[in-house]
Design a protein around this ligand. Structure first.
Ligand SMILES: Cc1cc2nc3c(=O)[nH]c(=O)nc-3n(C[C@H](O)[C@H](O)[C@H](O)COP(=O)(O)OP(=O)(O)OC[C@H]3O[C@@H](n4cnc5c(N)ncnc54)[C@H](O)[C@@H]3O)c2cc1C
Length: 665
């Protein structure tokens, strides 16, 4: 088994056609025949042999794990990885994404030397073009954050762009960003090199199976799920279904014959986001694709095919991107186009990849949903996931990418289909502060939704929950506000300023129903004991008191920031941020002893939360003694009243002003 992989890697290394093979594939399924008996036990089973699976295997083997099984239904690196355009780009929105891409770049750079397998790594650099001032501001922001991360980059003039890439039309540009250390590689070869390195370092049985869905007699200790758009169904097919919210869209690029004077292999990669296209050198010619406004979602009803083939060409669909390319490089007009590649790629509800342990099945890890950056993230993402499996934590804060940021509502096929149609174009859209997704909204609303909406509420979404952002006064034009997408002072700025003033100087009510709420109860002292163990502050407080505290991990790091109220001697009420619902639940469940007398209940749906804020407490303190006694800090009352079955009033000090949250069920 071990030699089998190496022989495949060697064969491909010596074949000059391998570089092209990935693009000029035959239609026949070439799944390797298998007569391999799986081991009865393994430390980890990784499902999917693309860039993600092989990277996880590589890093686990580097960390000393030897008992690794990598399952691949077809051929290694024959999924999306085979069709990848091969652009390694470090200019990403999030710092954690930049770090992953930077690590990948350094890893792929030395992989050829480490393994002897040619990976096609060439340092070309990338140039990101700006056609508008807003785009230039966006690039300047990314440029600053790249520099903070330690990735060299600079803002350059259109003249400099022309010097670096004479074939480009630069007349409509206002500037650009140059990232000189970005690279291009052959992604399939990188995956093979990673797998080969993993098998060279340790005794790694790499199994190439025709089908994984056969029942396997294996004692899994950990499982790594790294099989792109197949992951959605595979997750659901688990005994305890695991929701992995991702959906595939078709993704196109064209390949041309070499130019009359073939492009140098180190010609920079161009990203013209305003024109929605990217361009790289490909064998002296051009590879150019993009993120169109009207993407084509695919496989909504599932994907069973063993290996992906080039999907149907669709020149009508590609036409706007082609026009954009010809505007940017008019000389291409007479060049012969070789083919239009069309391959599925997975996208997620928030444009960020998905990694981490499932909240429902311990030891079930996921790395998928790459939003067309899987090659760039592959090295770093594989490293963080491997660290997570081995040490229990990755070495960086990856909360933005954690699977547990999603709830079940974001996993419906209909929601995902609509959302990814918005996400794919957004990849090249300007991301101004405070923008919100438009699709898949109103999944969760508070009972006050209609009343607040009638008052002019403009809504934002958090964890599928609608929350009012601000209220539009009757004299303002709603439609004009919708268009306030800018890096400068937005239209809503004055509205929010007035609301803040009101909170400071008068009384305001905020609908906080979206906050996560749990009840932890026991027949004896179990609830207190587990909470004392998990949280940093002393929770053995008198009934009716509230403690603001943190849920810590073994390293003393924060897992959650919350308020805990003692409802009775053996019953506690916990309030956490909205988007912590799944994470918090999983963390508590993971650490709670199995004890039928200890109960954790998610009561988020049961209670509506309204925060009352009193500005300028000393001057405006309520005079009614019944009310003023309510407005003292850290105090809770659970009572029955006519219209609600119970009321919880409590007062954590989340801001300077006095206030109260009324949670009613
Ligand atoms: C046209 C195109 C261009 C792209 N260009 C770039 C680019 O320039 N730069 C960049 O960073 N990213 C790019 N990407 C994205 C990148 O290619 C992907 O994100 C990445 O390859 C995904 O890797 P993966 O390992 O998750 O998935 P895959 O490569 O698809 O691997 C998943 C594997 O899992 C296997 N599998 C599935 N189900 C099972 C099962 N039940 N049992 C066993 N095995 C199973 C499949 O056979 C497959 O081999 C591009 C994507 C496309 C489609």
């Amino acid at each position: 088994m071990f030699y089998r992989l190496l022989s495949i890697a060697r064969r491909r290394r010596t074949s000059p056609g391998w570089q092209n093979w990935s693009l000029a594939r035959s239609n026949t399924s070439t799944a390797e025949a298998h007569s391999i008996t799986l081991p009865a036990q393994a430390q980890v089973v990784i499902c999917g042999g693309g860039i993600m699976g092989t990277s996880v295997a590589y890093h686990l083997s580097k960390m000393g794990w030897t008992d690794i099984v990598l399952l691949e239904q077809g051929r290694l690196a024959a999924g999306s990885t085979r069709f990848c355009a091969g652009i390694l780009s470090t200019a990403r929105q999030l710092t954690i994404e930049q770090k992953m891409a930077d690590y990948s770049n350094r890893l792929y750079h030395q992989l050829e030397q480490e393994t002897g397998i040619q990976t096609g790594y060439i340092r070309t650099g990338s140039i990101f073009l700006a056609q508008t001032q807003d785009r230039l501001i966006s690039l300047k922001r990314i440029n600053s954050s790249l520099n903070v991360t330690g990735i060299p980059s600079e803002i350059i003039s259109p003249k400099k762009v022309a010097e670096l890439y004479p074939l480009l039309n630069v007349h409509d540009l206002v500037g650009a960003m140059h990232v000189p250390e970005d690279a291009v590689v052959s992604s399939a070869d990188v995956a093979l090199a990673l797998a080969s390195a993993a098998s060279q370092n340790v005794l790694l049985p790499i199994q190439i199976l025709e089908l994984i869905k056969k029942p396997l007699e294996i004692n899994f200790f950990s499982r790594g799920l790294t099989c792109s758009f197949w992951a959605y169904e595979l997750g659901l097919s688990n005994e305890k279904p695991v929701s992995i919210p991702l959906h595939a869209c078709e993704h196109f690029y064209l390949l041309t014959r070499p130019l009359e004077t073939p492009l140098q292999s180190n010609t920079p990669t161009i990203v013209d986001a305003d024109g929605r296209i990217y361009i790289r050198n490909w064998q002296g010619g051009i590879l150019s694709g993009g993120f169109e406004k009207n993407p084509k979602p695919i496989f909504t009803e599932g994907k069973n095919q063993l290996e992906i083939q080039n999907l149907q060409e669709d020149w009508d669909h590609f036409e706007p991107l082609l026009s954009s390319l010809l505007r940017r490089m008019p000389e291409l007009e007479t060049l012969e186009i070789m083919k239009l590649v069309n391959c599925p790629e997975t996208f997620t509800p928030d444009m960020r990849c998905i990694m981490g342990e499932s909240p429902v099945v311990q030891g079930y890890f996921v790395l998928a949903g790459m939003n067309s950056a899987g090659l760039s993230f592959g090295g770093g993402a594989g490293k963080y996931l491997a660290e997570w499996m081995v040490h229990g934590y990755p070495s960086e804060n990856v909360w933005d990418l954690d699977l547990k940021r999603f709830g079940a509502l974001q996993s419906s096929r209909t929601f995902l289909r609509h959302r990814v149609m918005e996400v794919m174009p957004l990849i090249y859209d300007l991301k101004v502060p405070r923008w919100d997704f438009q699709t898949g909204r109103q999944l969760r609303t508070s009972p006050l939704y209609d009343r607040l909406d009638a008052q002019g509420a403009r809504w934002m979404e958090k964890h599928g929950f609608e929350r009012p952002k601000y209220f539009v006064p009757p004299d303002k034009d709603l439609l004009a506000l919708e268009q306030s997408k800018t890096f400068y002072k937005p239209d809503w700025f004055d509205i929010v300023e007035a609301e803040v003033k009101c909170c400071k100087e008068a009384v305001c009510v905020i609908d906080m129903s979206s906050f996560t709420k749990f009840e932890i109860t026991s027949t004896g002292d179990q609830a207190l004991e587990i909470l004392q163990y998990l949280f940093s502050n002393d929770l053995d407080v008198p009934v009716g008191h509230i403690v603001h505290t943190g849920m810590l991990n073994e390293g003393g790091g924060y897992e959650n920031d919350c308020s805990i109220a003692r409802l009775s001697k053996r019953s506690f009420f916990m309030i956490s941020p909205t988007d912590q619902q799944v994470h918090c639940w999983a963390w508590l469940k993971k650490h709670m002893p199995k004890d039928n007398n200890l109960l954790l209940e998610d009561v988020t749906w049961k209670y509506t939360g309204n925060r009352v804020l009193l500005g300028q407490p000393n001057e405006k303190k309520p005079t009614d003694p019944k009310v003023s006694s309510t407005f003292s800090f850290f105090w809770i009352l659970k009572s029955e009243c006519q219209s609600w079955s119970s009321v919880v009033e409590h007062l954590p000090s989340m801001c300077e002003a006095l206030g109260s949250i009324l949670s009613t069920s």
